[in-house]
Each structure stands twice: as structure tokens, then as C-alpha cells.
Design a protein around this ligand. Structure first.
Ligand SMILES: [Zn+2]
Length: 391
């Protein structure tokens, strides 16, 4: 049975609370009156909620603004609380990055370490717990001022429960990571798939700040995707990497043939390089292939050209279907810049429908190597501050 959420006062209160925090999530301090005008809420509603937020340390009073022209008292200005923090942790196959950030997402401390080579769940949980302790000690943040921890990792993640159904990177099956981590560190933990976290990072800090509808493509070792629809991250898996991109019988990691991931991912680029450069003794990384392409090497240029065109064609299909304002391409392969973007755009322009492509911007992430940990910070802040907008 569906509950009429609009009639539920607790839901309305939570939504108003998130809306007020969203208003304060900018560089300019605001007064209670300004907030109530912007949100069309009564002054009383705003005052009651703000009093709670101040008590919880989520909002600070920071001095006085200008008095109204008609005179009267100077209004007290508000910002997001400066003494409370979240931790963002991006667990990658190779490296783990941890960062302490304040409620505005400004980083106070950051550390990157190699992910434990023993990928057994208990070992990773112990490594993360140790990193959390170290971050608290080195940043000087008291544990009572740390609100929550956001963890982003690859695999099939059920974000509500922080439950990992399957992680090919770590060979994990049915891992209740949220509860294991909460038990180990004693702070609330939120876990989500790394591609959805990267998309959140774009929405909070990157190129999707003003977007309502976003299609985010993570082109790394594999290819993942995430959607934001009307300002809300779509909570279900979006497996853009496994749509059929070619009739060639190239086997994908998922077991099927001709997937986009099998022709455009970092792994696909490396596998193709191994065929195109038989004289090379070792396995070339996608980065090394990109370096060759920048020097004008024909085979490397052709390789990125093919990968980009497949991506562009597939993105055109997604854009025709979903018509987002923005498409952002992130992940390691996006670091190849115009090597991947130029052929991608050419194929996209060719295939996407006129009216639709004119209203969609396609671009590479601007967050660079920051994007992973930014996503994990956004995950923590979203669960804490803006819970209504994560769906
Ligand atoms: Zn596949």
C-alpha cells in the first residue's frame, strides 16, 4: 500500500530540513527570513527547524546581516556548521583514498594508501578501521564531531542496507559491509556503488551542479553508469557497459559478447593494445597507450578512436532514450582527454537526434583524480544533510 507522503508531517519536516540545509550549502550566509522567503516556508517553521539544526551542530550562527530598510533588528546570519565533519573513503582495487571534510565538503585531511593485497573482507574492514582512527588522530577532529562515513566501492551494492551482493574486484559475495564497518569503527556508515558515488560527486562539486537529469558514465577498468532523474539519483543498477555495441564476437567479463565494456573500457584498450603491439613484451596500460597516441602513434590513435566511437554511438542511444541535460564521462579513461572525447563526440553528433542532442551537453569530468574521494564525501554528506534528494 502506498502512503500519501505529502500528508505525513514527519516526512514534510525532514524534507523542509533538507531544503534549509541545501539553501545553506553555498558561500553566502543567510538569515532565517531570507530562507523562509526563498523556500516559501513560514518564519516559524524555519525557526523551529533551525533551532534543531543549531543544537545538532549542523548549522552555525555567524554574525549579523543588514537591517531591513524599514529599520528593526539586524538579522542573525546562518551557515553550515564548521565544527562537524564527515569521512569519505573510496576503496579501489589498487588504492584506497580517505578524506576528512567539513559539511561544505572542504577537505581537511586526505591520505592515499595501497588497498590491502589480501582482499578478504575482514582484512579490508581492519584496514579501513585503522585508516579511520589515523584520520581522526592526524586531523585533530574529535570523534564526537565526526558524523558519518561514506564508503564507495565497485560492485553490485544495495545502498539502503549497505549490502554488497557481488563485487568482482574483490571477489566478494553477500557482504553486509555497512554493518561490518559500523561494528568496527562505531560511526554511522553509508555504502554505495562507486559509479553512483562518482555521479553524486559531479552533482555536488563537478559539472552536474545545475543539472536536473544526468547520465553519468564511468569508463575505468570496466564501464559503469548512473542516472539522476529530476534531481534524484536513480537507486537501481544501470549497466550501460553491457549493452551490445558490436556484432563482433568479443567476449566480455560478464560472459556475453560484443558489450560496450568489451570494446571501450580501459581493460578493452589494454587487451587490444596487446594484439596491436605484438613486439611489446609486457602488458601496456591504457595510460601508456594514451602517451603513445599523444606522440602521434597511428595504432594508438586508432585504438582510442575506435573506443571513443563505440562510446559515442552508445551514448547517442542513451540520450535519445532519456534526454538528459548532461552526460558526464568519468573514470580513468576520461583522463585521455580529447583522445577519447573527439571520436566520441563525432559519433554522438552523427547518431543522436537533432532536437535532443541540442539540449544535451556531453563532457568529461572536471574533477580528475579527485573524483573518487569527492564522490565518497558527497555520499556521506548526502545521507546526512540532503537525504530527500538521494531518493
Ligand atoms: Zn558485458
Amino acid at each position: 500500500m502506498k502512503v500519501n507522503m505529502a500528508a505525513d508531517p514527519e516526512h514534510v519536516r525532514k524534507q523542509n530540513r533538507s531544503l534549509i540545509l541545501e539553501q545553506l550549502n553555498c558561500d553566502i550566509p543567510l538569515s532565517r527570513v531570507e530562507i523562509s522567503k526563498k523556500l516559501a516556508l513560514s518564519k516559524m517553521t524555519v525557526s523551529v527547524i533551525v533551532a534543531d539544526l543549531i543544537r545538532e551542530g549542523l548549522v552555525d550562527e555567524v554574525g549579523e546581516g543588514e537591517a531591513a530598510r524599514s529599520g528593526g533588528r539586524k538579522p542573525i546570519l546562518l551557515t553550515l556548521g564548521s565544527s562537524k565533519f564527515v569521512l569519505g573513503i573510496d576503496i579501489g582495487q589498487t588504492n584506497t583514498v580517505i578524506a576528512m571534510a567539513n559539511l561544505k565538503g572542504e577537505k581537511q585531511y586526505e591520505r592515499k594508501v595501497p588497498t590491502s593485497r589480501n582482499k578478504e573482507v575482514g582484512q579490508i574492514v581492519r584496514q579501513i578501521a585503522e585508516l579511520v582512527r589515523e584520520s581522526l588522530a592526524k586531523s585533530g577532529v574529535k570523534s564526537e564531531n565526526l558524523f558519518c562515513v561514506g564508503i564507495s566501492t565497485a560492485g553490485l551494492v544495495e545502498s539502503d542496507r549497505g549490502y554488497i551482493h557481488f563485487s568482482p574486484d574483490f571477489n566478494w559475495k553477500d557482504v553486509p559491509l555497512k554493518s561490518l564497518m559500523e561494528e568496527a569503527i562505531g560511526f554511522p556508515v553509508v555504502v554505495d556503488n562507486c559509479t553512483r558515488a562518482l555521479a553524486l560527486g559531479e552533482i555536488r562539486y563537478g559539472g552536474a551542479k545545475d543539472a536536473e537529469n544526468l547520465f553519468f558514465v564511468n569508463v575505468g577498468h570496466g564501464i559503469g553508469s548512473a542516472l539522476m532523474i529530476n534531481g534524484t539519483i536513480y537507486g537501481k543498477n544501470s549497466e550501460f557497459g553491457h549493452i551490445r555495441a558490436t556484432s563482433k564476437a568479443i567476449v566480455c567479463d560478464c560472459g556475453k559478447e560484443g558489450c560496450l565494456e568489451a570494446v571501450s573500457s580501459g581493460h578493452a584498450i589494454e587487451r587490444r593494445a596487446a594484439e596491436l603491439y605484438p613486439e611489446e613484451s609486457g602488458w601496456m596500460t591504457a595510460e601508456e597507450v594514451a602517451a603513445l597516441a599523444r606522440k602521434g602513434d597511428d595504432r594508438a590513435l586508432e585504438l582510442f578512436g575506435d573506443a571513443g566511437r563505440y562510446l559515442g554511438r552508445a551514448i547517442a542511444i542513451a540520450v535519445n532514450l532519456f534526454n538528459p541535460d548532461k552526460v558526464i564521462i568519468g573514470g580513468g579513461v576520461s583522463m585521455a582527454g580529447c583522445l577519447i572525447l573527439d571520436p566520441l563526440m563525432e559519433a554522438f553528433q552523427q547518431d543522436a537526434m537533432e532536437v535532443i542532442k541540442d539540449s544535451t551537453t556531453v563532457e568529461l569530468t572536471r574533477l580528475g583524480t579527485e573524483s573518487g574521494v569527492r564522490g565518497a564525501i558527497a555520499l556521506a554528506l548526502n545521507s546526512l544533510l540532503f537525504s530527500h534528494s538521494t531518493g
